[in-house]
Design a protein around this ligand. Structure first.
Ligand code: GAR
Length: 214
């Protein structure tokens, strides 16, 4: 059965576009059933037909809690199999996380548990890291702290600034997210008691990025 994906996005939406392109190309058996944003001006929203867009701000909803409740109701009403944070820049409330536990995924631009939170590329440079990358993980109440499903690594090169490093990471984010979504869409991915399972086998170390299918 074609998996129903709800996408949460705050900005550019290049990860969303990678999902849409893979669906069109027939390499991801899924359907984007809604794009949900905390920023009505987000470019991500423009990537889907108007009927699939939902955008509110905490201000227009009357506060943080009301916003998260409205977001949760809208997401639930779309009946998703999976909820994917793809550049969603707000912290989700524990209630929201609980409501969608086990089917809430996030892509984060670092090799978690390194560099949780913001400005990950600059922080990797300042830490003198030789490697940096991206992680896809299940969302739990702890910020960027849920179990990691897969990671893609890139080298940090001499002369890199945060923008150069961000671009190198973004190039691996898209295939990494698709790799995980293919597992999710095929019913092969699960989370139980804080552990990732693929094909009902526990995953002890994050899966590496697979090379592109021929
Ligand atoms: C991506 O690099 C994603 O990993 C990051 O925001 C960017 C969104 O790009 N997410 C976070 O930092 C979440 N804490 P996109 O809008 O082009 O997909």
């Amino acid at each position: 059965m074609t998996a129903r994906l709800a996408i949460l996005a705050s900005g550019r939406g290049s990860n969303l576009q990678a999902i849409l392109d893979a669906i069109t190309a027939g390499t991801l058996d899924a359907q984007v059933i809604g794009v949900f944003s905390d920023r009505p001006e987000a470019q991500a929203l423009q990537r889907v037909p108007e009927a699939l867009r939902w955008a509110r701000t905490p201000k227009t909803c009357g506060g943080r809690d009301a916003f998260d409740a409205a977001l949760g109701d809208a997401v639930a009403a779309s009946a998703p199999d999976w909820i994917v944070c793809a550049g969603y820049m707000r912290i989700l409330s524990p209630g929201f996380v609980q409501r969608f536990a086990g089917r809430l995924l996030n892509i984060h631009p670092s090799l978690l548990p390194r560099h949780k939170g913001l400005h990950t590329h600059q922080r990797a440079l300042e830490a003198g890291d030789a490697e940096h990358g991206a992680s896809v993980h299940f969302v739990t109440a702890e910020l960027d702290g849920g179990p990691v499903i897969a990671q893609a690594r890139v080298p940090v090169l001499p002369g890199d600034d945060a923008d150069a490093l961000a671009a190198r990471v973004l190039a691996v984010e898209h295939p990494l997210l698709l790799q995980v979504l293919r597992l999710a869409a095929a019913g092969r991915l699960a989370e139980r008691d804080g552990r990732v399972y693929i094909d009902a086998q526990p995953v002890f170390t994050p899966r590496p990025l697979e090379s592109a299918p021929a």
